[in-house]
Every structure is written in structure tokens, then in C-alpha cells.
Design a protein around this ligand. Structure first.
Ligand SMILES: Cc1cc2nc3c(=O)[nH]c(=O)nc-3n(C[C@H](O)[C@H](O)[C@H](O)COP(=O)(O)OP(=O)(O)OC[C@H]3O[C@@H](n4cnc5c(N)ncnc54)[C@H](O)[C@@H]3O)c2cc1C
Length: 410
């Protein structure tokens, strides 16, 4: 083993940040003691080391002690916090959720919806997630799913809302959910929910952002007005309608449909996705953004990298002010607030005004020379090095990957 001391700036930042969900684990990783013998033979305890900080920043104490006792362990990897398992053996009723699963994974909107479903399910109801087609999600359990119904088949692929409604009608017949919850989104849920409502003869509540007790509040009038109404059976909920589940684990037990679903005579034919120029995608809707800042030294190389990666271009304010990028590409408090699944920040220091704009991004990758900068602390993955060298390497790897894929296909 080399004697070079390796620092992990992200781990150090988490260890300082008491609101971070891994804060407690990082304390343990740094050898924080909770009990020790004082010089007079008296056992000393550190009361601050008891419990753990939940993902919402609230301190939780598990009286079973299963989440404590990390005393004196020295390990570089953070402890994985095992959340308590919530089991609903015989559900009194079911709350059905149909997540959008954009890219095959639960989006943050889907997770908010599952959080709302858990709230409505209480302790004796079960949350049933109905998922169409293949998925890549591995965290249904921690997202609050008690029962998981996978509905697979070529007839559900692509744009097939009529066929999906037929399947949901079969779910209705078998499980008779107390509530149906779908995301009121443009990625499928909004349309599917309205079609399902028409098919079931239910009057849905739309753009619901709050549901308390027997009432819910939805946004209307171009977002200027709130409408309150009794909680209906079918709810089309907006993002942030509830806190996602963060303190329990669920079974995500697989269930199936008893009968077969009728085949729909397609009135709409899906001819497949159309390739769009990533540069034409509005920033707020882009899934993959390559963003450049003051640390980008070769802007032609940056544009080539965006083309090679198929990414939408973004920029920091300094890059825009210096004339390297147009104003409509600025990300941040005074630019666009983006919601990309992957945000690749090259040579951006991570000023608070910039970080505000990327708060809703799923994964942030940072390329920077300075391992201590705020963007590296925010990032899920960091590459320390010169932007030009790394952009060149990315272009080469993307081309190799494409050529390899083309060879395999030939
Ligand atoms: C009211 C107000 C509103 C603002 N709104 C916004 C906003 O909406 N969006 C926004 O972005 N900013 C905004 N700002 C500006 C913000 O405060 C920062 O000044 C700006 O984000 C910094 O941009 P930067 O990270 O590209 O540049 P710098 O802060 O100069 O950072 C450059 C980074 O590149 C790295 N670097 C240097 N050379 C290399 C290299 N060769 N390879 C790799 N990395 C390298 C450096 O280590 C550094 O981290 C606002 C400021 C104010 C006062």
C-alpha cells in the first residue's frame, strides 16, 4: 500500500454537515467514540453520538440500538443505515400508484407520489406500485412500495395509453384500490391518469400539491389559483405533493394479475422516438446537461464534447458574461433551474447562485482542478484534472463506445 494520504473532500464535507443523511456514518468512519474510560476510571459517554440524522435532517434515535454501536470502528466506507422494515401482511386496503419511471427509474416526482401514497395508506393499508415494461430501479423498498406489480409485454412498449388503461382496469377489478395516484406530468402520467379517470367514471383532482385528511388542494388558473375539494378516488399529483419516504423500508413484494388483459385494437401507432438535436431542447427539460464555466479553456472542444456525448449545453454566469455562451444557457438563480438526470459541470466552482439552479438534478458530475471547491462537494462523482484533457478523453471514449456498438451491430 502506498503511504500517500488520500483525502476525500466529499466525505469531509459530509462529516461537517450535520444535516447530511450520511453525517453520522462519516463520524464513525473518522473514529468518533461514543463511550470511553476517563482518566479516573469513570465511563464517559458522548450523548451527541447517539442516533443518526434522518434524510430530512431530523435526528432519529433507534432504541433497539441496531443503528448505534459504531464505536471505534475505523473504515473508509460510510456505514449503510438499515432502515426499519414496515410489513403489511394483510392490507385492509390498497393505494395504487402508477409511477412514470422515466428512463426506467423512479423520478423524484414518482418518489413524492409514493410518499403521498404512504401517508394515505397509514399503518394498515398497502402501497401498490404498478410498473409497465422493463425497469432498472433497485430501490422500490426504500421508496415506500409494499406491493409491486410489473406489467410486461410488447403491447405496453412506447406510447400505448389505451392498452395501459386496459391493464389498469384489470388492476381495478382485482385490487379495488381506495385511491389511484398518478403523477400529473407531461411524461405520461398526466395523460394516462385522465384517460383512466374517464374510463372508470371518476372525477380526478388534478395538479394536487397537498392532501390532508379528507381534503386536497390543487393548483388551477394557470398556477394562480388553488382549488380545495374533498379527496377523490383518483388523484393526479404535482411534484413535491408530499415528502418522499425516508425513514422506513418496505417489502416491495411481487404480485401478479390473475387474468390476462384484453388486447386493444390500436388506434394510435407509435413509430418510435425521433432523434432531436440536444441543442434545441429547452434547458429546463434537458435530461443530460454538459455545463461549462470559467475553467473551460477551449470552447470549441467543449462544443465538440457536447455533440459527442449528445448532451444539452449549459453554462455558469461567468461563461455567459464572458461571451462564450448565450444568456439562455445560463444555469442558476438568475438563469434556468434545471432538473437533469445527469449534470456534468466542467470548470465550475459551485457558487451558491449556481448550485441553487441544479438543486433538483439527480446526479452531478464535476470536473475541476480544485478538489476543495463547492461543486466537488456537491457532486456525486468528481474528476480532478484539467478540463481540456478530460473533455478530450470523454470525446475519445464516446467515439470508441459508438464505434464498438456499431461493430457489434454489424
Ligand atoms: C446576484 C447574483 C446572481 C448570480 N446568478 C448566477 C447564476 O444564475 N448562475 C451562475 O452560474 N452564477 C451566478 N452568479 C455568479 C456566481 O456568484 C459565480 O460568480 C459564478 O457562478 C462563477 O462561475 P464559474 O464557476 O464558472 O467561475 P469561477 O468561480 O471562476 O470558477 C472557475 C472554476 O474552474 C476551475 N478551473 C480553473 N481552471 C481549470 C481547468 N483548466 N480545468 C478544470 N477546472 C478549472 C477552478 O478551480 C474554479 O473552480 C450570480 C452572482 C450574483 C451576485
Amino acid at each position: 500500500m502506498s503511504d500517500i494520504i488520500r483525502r476525500d473532500p466529499r466525505a469531509e464535507w459530509i462529516a461537517r454537515n450535520r444535516l447530511h443523511p450520511l453525517h453520522q456514518a462519516m463520524q464513525a468512519a473518522q473514529g468518533g467514540e461514543t463511550r470511553w474510560m476517563g482518566p479516573n476510571g469513570v465511563v464517559r459517554k458522548n450523548p451527541h453520538a447517539v442516533g443518526f440524522i434522518g434524510p430530512n435532517g431530523v435526528k432519529r434515535i433507534d432504541r433497539s440500538g441496531s443503528q448505534q454501536g459504531t464505536v471505534g470502528k475505523r473504515s473508509s466506507a460510510p456505514e449503510v443505515v438499515q432502515l426499519p422494515l414496515h410489513v403489511v401482511e394483510q392490507p385492509a386496503f390498497v393505494i395504487a400508484v402508477v409511477p412514470d419511471m422515466v428512463g426506467g427509474r423512479l423520478s423524484s416526482h414518482d418518489r413524492d407520489l409514493l410518499g403521498l401514497a404512504r401517508k394515505l395508506a397509514g399503518s394498515d393499508g398497502a402501497v401498490l406500485a404498478v410498473v409497465f415494461g422493463e425497469h432498472k430501479e433497485t430501490a422500490f423498498d426504500t421508496a415506500g412500495v409494499d406491493r409491486l406489480l410489473l406489467i410486461d409485454g410488447s403491447e405496453y412498449e412506447g406510447y400505448a395509453p389505451e392498452q395501459r388503461v386496459l391493464a389498469l382496469r384489470a388492476v381495478e377489478g382485482q385490487f379495488t384500490p381506495r385511491h389511484w395516484l398518478l403523477p400529473d406530468s407531461r411524461t405520461g402520467g398526466g395523460e394516462l391518469g385522465r384517460r383512466l379517470a374517464a374510463s372508470l367514471g371518476e372525477r380526478p383532482a388534478t395538479r394536487v400539491w397537498q392532501a390532508e385528511g379528507e381534503r386536497c388542494t390543487g393548483r388551477a388558473g394557470a398556477g394562480q389559483q388553488d382549488i380545495q375539494r374533498p379527496l377523490p378516488r383518483l388523484i393526479l399529483a404535482a411534484a413535491e405533493c408530499a415528502e418522499p419516504v425516508s425513514e422506513t423500508r418496505h417489502e416491495a413484494r411481487s404480485v401478479g394479475l390473475d387474468g390476462s388483459v384484453a388486447r386493444n385494437l390500436p388506434r394510435i401507432e407509435d413509430l418510435g422516438p425521433v432523434a432531436v438535436d440536444p441543442a434545441q431542447i429547452p434547458m429546463a427539460e434537458a435530461e443530460f446537461i454538459l455545463s461549462g464555466g470559467n475553467g473551460v479553456k477551449d470552447w470549441n472542444l467543449f462544443h465538440s464534447a457536447a455533440v459527442a456525448l449528445g448532451a444539452t449545453e449549459g453554462a455558469s454566469r461567468v461563461a455567459v458574461d464572458d461571451g462564450h455562451m448565450p444568456r439562455n444557457r445560463q444555469v442558476g438563480a438568475t438563469g434556468t433551474w434545471v432538473t437533469a438526470r445527469v449534470y456534468l459541470a466542467v470548470g465550475i466552482s459551485g457558487a451558491i447562485q449556481h448550485l441553487q439552479g441544479i438543486g433538483a438534478c439527480d446526479k452531478v458530475v464535476a470536473v475541476n482542478m480544485d478538489p476543495g471547491c463547492d461543486m466537488i462537494k456537491r457532486a456525486d462523482l468528481s474528476v480532478i484534472g484539467d478540463s481540456s484533457a478530460i473533455l478530450q478523453a470523454l470525446i475519445r471514449l464516446a467515439e470508441e463506445y459508438r464505434n464498438g456498438a456499431a461493430r457489434d451491430a454489424a
